[in-house]
Structures are given as C-alpha cells and as structure tokens.
Write a protein that binds this ligand. Structure first.
Ligand SMILES: C[S@@+](CC[C@H](N)C(=O)[O-])C[C@H]1O[C@@H](n2cnc3c(N)ncnc32)[C@H](O)[C@@H]1O
Length: 454
C-alpha cells in the first residue's frame, strides 16, 4: 500500500472514533491515523510520528476546531502524562465509546446484547493503588508518558484517592528537599483503603542500600504515624515493577477494606480490586446471578484474597477458591475466619493444575467464577472447564479482547452467553471491565483444539 503520509508530516485531520487503546482515530486519504488524547469530532493539526504498512501515528499540534464532546481536562499534565487518556472527553460520551468497543468485540457472537456501561459514581479520585516511577538522575517523580519510560513530573493525580495524593505529595516534597538524593529509588507504590483509611507505601529499590531511603521513611512515619512502609528490591530492568524480596521498615504492611458486610484483610503485595466502589457493584451483580444456590457449590478460580468467594459464600453450600499466590491464599483463609465464614475452602496453586486435581476428586461445581489477569485464561483451562460442565460460568475480565477470545472457546463447547455487563472501573482511561454470565447448553462431543495464547 502507498502510504499518503510520512514521519514529520503535518496534516489536518478530523477525528472519527476511539480505538481500544489510548488513541482516537482519524483517516487521512483513507489511511488510518491513531492520535492519542484526541476527541471524536475534533479537527486537529497532527504531526506524524510513525508510519506502518496499514496505519500511522501522530500527535496533536493544535486543536483547530473543538469537538462538541470536548471538555477541559482537570489535570494540568493531561496529554503529557500517559496515566489516563480520555480526560478531554465528556464523561457520558466516554461511556458510549466504551460500549461501542465492547459491542465491536462481541460482534463475533451474533445476537448477544450488551448492557449499557455501568458508570462510576465517582469518575475521579477512585484508584486505591498507584505506582509512581521515580527518576533520580533527572530529579523527577510522577507517572510515565504514554508508551514510554519517560517520567513526567506530576504533583498529584486526579484519578488516585485523595489519601494517596496526600501521602505522595509529602514524599515528593521531601525528595525535592533532599535533591532527589536516593539513587536506589525506582518506584513508589502507594495503596490506600477506601473503606478503612489504612495506607501502605512500598519503596521499590534497586538494591539493599537503605541509607537514604530510611530518611524518607522516617519523615513519612512522622507525618503519618499509622502508615506501613515497606521496601521491595527489584534489581531487574523490566516492565515488572516489584521484585520478590521485601523488607518491612515500619507497620505490619497490611491493608483492610470492607465491602458490604465482608471485611477483607490483605498484605500490601496481594491483589485487591483497584476501584473499591465499582468492585462492590460488580460483586452485587454476581451475587444476584447466583442467588439461592444453597444446595450447590461454586469454584472461584483466580480468587486473590477471596474477595468474590467470600462475598457470594452465603448463597452456596460450599465455595472453593483457587489462587497461585501463596500470600493471597493465606489472606483468603484468614478472611474467611475473621468473617465467620465456614463454607469456603482456599487452595494454593495454578487454576489449570488445581482444576484437574479437583475433578479427579469428584468435585463438581454448579458455578465457576473466572477473574483472570489481563492475558485471560489458558485454552487448556477453558477446555477443562467445559469438561467439568458447570451449569453457569461467570467471567469477569479487564480486557475485552482476551475475554472474547476465551468466550469463543466456551461457546464452542456449547456454552451460551446470557448476559454481558460492562463496568466503568477505570474512568478517564480506555480500560473496560466486563462481566459475563454463561449457561451450559448441550455438550459438544469432542475437545476443541488447544490454541496457544497470544
Ligand atoms: C484479576 S485478579 C482477581 C482476584 C480476585 N478475583 C479479586 O476479585 O480480588 C487475578 C488473580 O489471579 C491470580 N493468578 C494469576 N495467574 C493465575 C493462575 N494461573 N492460577 C491461579 N491464580 C492466578 C493473581 O495472583 C491474582 O490474584
């Protein structure tokens, strides 16, 4: 194909839509141009920064004519920082765009209706966890620029909780005061519990030289006496933020959240849903779907600290949770005890291997709940689930592409998609959380071929 643009060109473009990424999309001479941070309806002057066979990328130089859906971003560094992507879009339009993305992804399942996206009550200050990368050489702490490891110096972020912003501001002020003289510091991870106010700070360090970071920690404890401070050592240069080694500077390094009646305690390194308010709405929906299954059992794969298992336990005779992270399983067991829940069992291991074991033992859940990481499920696991043949599968996903890939497997095995509900768990970003309920249809005779995950 003959591309009508080259790197360095300045072109005028009308933005038509958004992609399932940080980008908005326009066409120049019928050739796709991805432009981050733009708004459908904008007319923009764009600098072309990358050209590939079938698409190009550009960045906004000037907004020539504002879209009617364009709003003033709350954040001063919006567009410079890559932490969020849609702050310039009116919130109700953000929801419409997210619905379109989900609808497009579900086109391979004709006839499946997608519910409206459940809006967040609070589209700002919702994150209960954030990692701030630090660049000690450039005397900066903040957030990464889009698709880059360049640290944009930010003073605060309107997506993270007010508590996190307050703690972050103190850390940043102190780093400025000591002229960023903590050469080992790589990231500052801050978690705050929305429902209990507890907070943990994890300083991710290159090595175990704690001399300068102790000073920051001591100041932090003076400012916030109840706060836990941990050190994580990560010598590797990779995209993974935390290493395997932890040290406690102060506090017990534990967090607690309450969703309805259930109290969850968890270690600072265990997963907990990032938007507590939206998690509660999702958990309620799951409970509504499984209501009154008192004679039946459920299997919660990828259960983390038992968040969903414990929330729905009152509806089942028994719930088994499976999770690969040992600490999270210990947390889940303790949570069951603390909440007086006796019909939950938690098993440490990979979902794929544990399901084989459970099936060999004759365990036959009526419902399987799946909440895997972004990469979705292994195809072997989905084949096993089909063999296990629960009446209902409930799949919670933060990536609609891997979700629909996995649903192709389950529907190929005769499962029927009954309901699809997208949730806006991450306002101002392109990310979408989707909850799906499937029911067992007539079983297919043979296994589907095992495809390798991308
Ligand atoms: C998206 S989180 C969901 C946690 C939980 N359902 C919740 O609502 O808090 C995914 C979890 O799956 C775990 N995990 C990742 N791969 C796994 C695997 N192959 N088997 C079991 N657990 C896994 C992660 O450690 C993480 O706790």
């Amino acid at each position: 194909m003959n591309q009508p643009v080259k790197v360095g060109d300045k072109i005028k473009l009308t933005i038509d839509s958004v992609a399932n990424s940080a980008d908005a999309v326009g066409k120049y001479d019928n050739f796709i141009v991805f432009v981050p941070f733009a708004v459908p309806g904008d007319e923009v002057e764009v600098l072309i920064t990358e050209v590939r066979a079938n698409f190009s990328r550009g960045k906004i130089l000037t907004v020539l004519k504002k879209s009617p859906f364009r709003v003033e971003p709350v954040c001063k560094v919006f567009g410079e920082c890559g932490g969020c992507h849609r702050q310039a879009v009116d919130y109700s339009k953000q929801l419409e765009y997210k619905l379109k993305i989900v609808e497009n992804a579900f086109k391979k399942f004709p006839g499946v209706k997608i519910n409206k996206v459940v809006a967040a009550k609070e589209p700002y200050y919702y994150r209960n966890k954030t990692q701030f990368p630090a660049d000690m050489k450039q005397s900066k702490i903040g957030l990464y620029a889009l698709r880059s490891h360049f640290v944009v110096d930010v003073a605060s972020c309107p997506l993270v909780s007010k508590e996190i912003n307050t703690i972050y501001a103190e850390i940043r002020t102190y780093l400025v005061k000591i002229k960023y003289a903590v050469p080992t510091l790589r990231h500052v991870v801050i978690r705050s519990a929305e429902t209990t106010g507890q907070a943990v700070v994890i300083f991710v360090l290159k090595n175990e030289d704690f001399t300068r970071i102790h000073e920051v920690s001591s100041y932090l404890r003076y400012k916030f006496p109840g706060i836990s401070v941990l050190y994580n050592i990560n010598p590797e240069d990779s995209n993974i933020i935390m290493g395997d080694k932890h040290f406690v500077y102060a506090g017990d390094g534990r967090m607690a959240e309450k969703i309805d009646k259930i109290e969850y305690g968890f270690s600072a390194i265990s997963f907990f849903q990032t938007n507590t308010a939206q998690a509660k709405i999702i958990f309620k929906k799951i409970k509504e779907w499984v209501k009154g299954s008192f004679e039946k059992t459920a299997l919660d794969l990828f259960c983390g600290v038992g968040a969903i298992s414990l929330y729905v336990a009152s509806e089942f005779k028994e719930v088994v949770g499976v999770e690969e992270m040992g600490q999270a399983i210990l947390d889940a067991m303790q949570n069951a005890k603390n909440n007086g829940i006796e019909n939950c069992e938690f098993l440490n291991g990979r979902s794929e291997t544990m399901l084989v074991k459970l099936m060999k033992q004759g365990f036959k859940p009526s419902t399987i709940i799946l909440d895997p990481p972004r990469k979705g499920c292994e195809q072997e696991l989905l084949n096993l689930i089909a063999k296990c043949a629960p009446e209902t599968v409930i799949y919670l996903s933060c990536d609609v592409m891997t979700l629909t890939r996995d649903l192709e497997n389950l529907t190929g095995h005769g499962y029927k998609i009954e309901e699809v509900v997208p949730y806006d768990m991450f306002p101002m970003t392109y990310h979408i959380e989707t909850l799906v309920r499937l029911s067992k249809g007539p079983a297919l005779k043979k296994d589907l071929p095992v495809k390798k995950n991308a």
